[in-house]
Design a protein around this ligand. Structure first.
Ligand SMILES: Nc1nc2c(ncn2[C@@H]2O[C@H](COP(=O)(O)OP(=O)(O)OP(=O)(O)O)[C@@H](O)[C@H]2O)c(=O)[nH]1
Ligand SMILES: C=C(OP(=O)(O)O)C(=O)O
Length: 286
């Protein structure tokens, strides 16, 4: 799994675009991922948002990033990266949150170029976002379809143009019907690669995950090492080679009937370092 090396330069100042990134509270975010990642869903949702925001701030076309969220932990972590955090004051869903973010940007700079971008792009490459935004500069409003070709990952509005976001479900046709121009470039895959399901996460890992998501997903995977069917306990090897024991309750929580040494597994854990404890072990699901 390749990791991107971001050119970190703190808050971007030479770009022209203000990005508005919406993020639901982590406790409810990425609900469609639950089947693949279980209790790690909120942690992964945060890691996706961190890679999205870090990737955006490292893009030369980006001036600043505003994250619209009511989540305190995500707000604190994304502020550390250099994002401005705006509470989801309208509490009226995704499009209301985006319109609110765009208004806040233009309250400070009335002629700002604004783009809305989803928070679930863990493979985001700054150079690909640069291509998207450079293309967007040629149109009053433009959008990028998601990898599935159904939704939208980015919608832009030039100065003096309303963003008029219509995200949610099949938003590609909606944005097209609203007059926004579709950005059809073959070389911007990482900006289109949103992650809603376990299969999407595998596809993102193939493209290369950003550092936060790579670190988080490494903690979720291991290889079965020993297994005793009498006690339903055994051990796994973490990907750094560290062996960690698991007991019967963790095995039972995963719903497996048996385990073969060498099998790849997904684990859920508590604690860190020598206090690391496996709370669930199951077959790898992404
Ligand atoms: N601030 C804010 N962000 C939202 C809201 N609804 C969705 N989002 C964000 O908008 C983007 C796309 O949202 P969805 O596809 O609806 O939700 P998701 O969390 O990505 O995934 P699912 O729960 O599986 O639908 C994600 O970045 C969400 O966090 C909202 O009401 N307020
Ligand atoms: C909100 C959208 O994305 P998702 O695929 O996450 O529903 C959208 O594409 O408009």
């Amino acid at each position: 799994m390749a990791r991107h090396v971001y050119e970190r330069r703190g808050r971007a100042t030479d770009g022209v675009w203000s990005l508005v990134v919406p993020l639901k509270p982590l406790s409810v975010a990425k609900s469609r991922l639950a089947a693949a990642v279980g209790a790690d869903r909120p942690g992964l949702a945060l890691a996706f948002a961190q890679d999205t925001v870090a990737g955006a701030l490292a893009c030369a076309a980006v001036r600043d990033v505003v994250v619209v969220t009511d989540d305190p932990l995500a707000g604190a972590e994304l502020a550390v990266l250099g994002a401005r955090i705006l509470p989801d004051a309208p509490a009226g869903g995704l499009n209301a949150a985006l319109a609110h973010g765009a208004r806040a940007v233009r309250a400070g700079r009335p002629r700002a170029a604004v783009a809305a971008m989803n928070a679930d792009l863990p493979s985001l490459r700054p150079v690909e976002l640069l291509r998207v935004l450079e293309t967007a500069e040629g149109f009053p409003r433009a959008f990028l379809a998601d990898a599935a070709g159904i939704g939208t990952t980015l919608l832009s509005a030039a100065p003096e143009t309303e963003l008029a976001p219509a995200f949610g479900g099949p938003s590609r046709v909606r944005h097209s019907a609203s007059g926004a121009v579709e950005i059809a470039r073959p070389d911007v895959e990482s900006v289109r690669r949103d992650v809603d399901t376990g299969a999407d996460l595998r596809a993102a890992a193939t493209l290369g995950l950003g550092a936060y998501t790579a670190r988080y997903s490494a903690r979720m995977q291991a290889t079965a090492y020993t297994y005793d069917s009498q006690t339903r306990s055994g051990s796994v090897l973490l990907d750094d080679g560290t062996p960690v024991r698991f007991e019967a309750p963790a095995f039972d929580a995963g719903g497996l009937r048996m385990l073969r040494p060498g099998q790849r597994v997904r684990i859920e854990t508590e604690g860190e370092g020598s206090a690391l404890r496996i709370t669930l072990i199951t077959l790898q699901t992404f």
